[in-house]
Design a protein around this ligand. Structure first.
Ligand SMILES: C[S@@+](CC[C@H](N)C(=O)[O-])C[C@H]1O[C@@H](n2cnc3c(N)ncnc32)[C@H](O)[C@@H]1O
Length: 270
């Protein structure tokens, strides 16, 4: 029996012939929901840049801090685009630790990520996962789970944490995020992290080249291009920074952006 056939977390019909960002990221974070092909790509990335798992861990820590921040601002419902395979500190866990009534809809187009999310959430009436391409904004916003769990007249925490750089130039990511923004109430927050060539750590073109062997190609963007994704939102302090340096936990060391690698920011819809 192959590894694929033996794995009960792989939904029937899922195309696992090509490595995926969801499973590569899971491997980099020390998770168990990845296959030999994903691990091979992750190891190639680590050979190019040994810091790649550190960048992934810092990104995940940013997500946890951002959700806590949004909960502190009164947000009780979250739309998590490109949510990935559940791992430590999922959005619903962080939010529902403060308020068990907080509601979350996870969106990913990777079937393993969605199947595993659904399994984890089966006894959680306030969190759901849907399999959808986040660029199909109508499909996502009109989906049954979004209509049931997200009140678009109230502030929402919109999360696109390491999603934007998987979105190709067409449809323009700024129009994709603008469609979500337009659907959200004022007082909603938008958080993202985004890969860039502006900093040294992920600049090697071999990284993007390696990801071309997977389902998820990457499109690094410049500071101005990432700032444009916040159109219609006002960035909260400290503005656009890098993942470890966005409101770090007390006593956390400042990380040189050249090593941190991912742009990170949070905006609020006025
Ligand atoms: C690196 S993971 C990030 C997981 C989580 N957001 C985090 O930062 O911890 C990126 C996820 O984005 C998903 N993804 C990429 N493009 C997508 C798209 N167009 N629609 C939905 N999901 C997408 C991938 O399948 C993957 O699970």
């Amino acid at each position: 029996m192959t590894e694929q056939e033996g794995a009960d977390w792989i939904p029937p019909g899922a195309d696992i012939s090509r490595p995926s960002a969801a499973r590569i990221y899971d491997y980099l974070l020390g998770g168990a929901h990845n296959l030999a092909a994903d691990r091979a790509v992750a190891q190639r990335l680590e050979a190019i840049q040994p810091q790649v798992a550190t960048v992934a861990r810092r990104n995940r820590a940013f997500l946890r801090r951002v959700v806590r921040f949004m909960v502190e601002q009164g947000v009780r419902q979250f739309l998590d685009l490109g949510s990935g395979i559940p791992t430590v500190g999922n959005v619903h866990e962080v939010a529902q630790a403060v308020d068990p009534a907080a509601r979350v809809v996870y969106v990913d187009y990777e079937p393993v990520a969605v199947a595993h999310s659904l399994l984890l959430l089966k006894d959680n009436p306030n969190a759901e996962a849907i399999e959808a391409d986040a660029t199909n904004t109508e499909v996502v916003l009109k989906s049954e789970p979004v209509r049931r769990l997200i009140d678009l007249d109230e502030p929402v925490g919109l999360l696109a944490v390491t999603l934007g750089h998987y979105l190709p130039p067409e449809p323009a990511p700024r129009t994709v995020f603008a469609a979500y923004r337009d659907a959200l109430a004022s007082g909603s927050y938008f958080a993202l992290t985004h890969l860039t060539n502006d900093f040294a750590v992920l600049r090697d073109p071999k990284i993007a080249e390696t990801m071309r062997s997977t389902q998820d190609h990457i499109y690094p963007r410049t500071r101005d291009e990432v700032l444009a994704l916040f159109e219609g939102f006002e960035l909260v302090e400290p503005g656009l920074t890098t993942s470890a340096n966005w409101r770090p936990d007390r006593l956390a060391a400042v990380v040189d952006p050249e090593e941190d690698g991912l742009y990170a920011g949070v905006g609020v819809k006025p």
